[in-house]
Design a protein around this ligand. Structure first.
Ligand SMILES: [Ca+2]
Ligand SMILES: [Ca+2]
Length: 85
């Protein structure tokens, strides 16, 4: 399971229904918000990708978590414009 989110807390229940023990490992890494093409920068291509999805619903370009691609997502993207940390 991969979850990408910003400023979000997650609660989860894990149930082991098997007869063996289980180990859960969690990796927390800082994502580069808005770097949709994964090249280490938020640049024009990422802006164009978001603009292309503007007005739709979905999670890929939804940076504020409201399930709609809109002006707040564009503003968050522009705020992150440049090299990833
Ligand atoms: Ca990029
Ligand atoms: Ca949104």
């Amino acid at each position: 399971m991969i979850i990408a989110a910003k400023n979000t807390e997650f609660a989860m229940n894990l149930v082991n229904t098997g007869s063996y023990g289980a180990r859960v490992a969690m990796l927390v890494e800082e994502l580069c918000v808005g770097d949709f093409n994964g090249n280490g920068q938020v640049e024009v291509e990422d802006v164009l990708a978001l603009v292309g999805a503007y007005g739709s619903s979905g999670s890929t370009y939804d940076l504020d978590g409201d399930n709609q691609i809109g002006v707040n997502d564009l503003l968050l993207l522009l705020d992150a414009f440049g090299d990833c940390p």
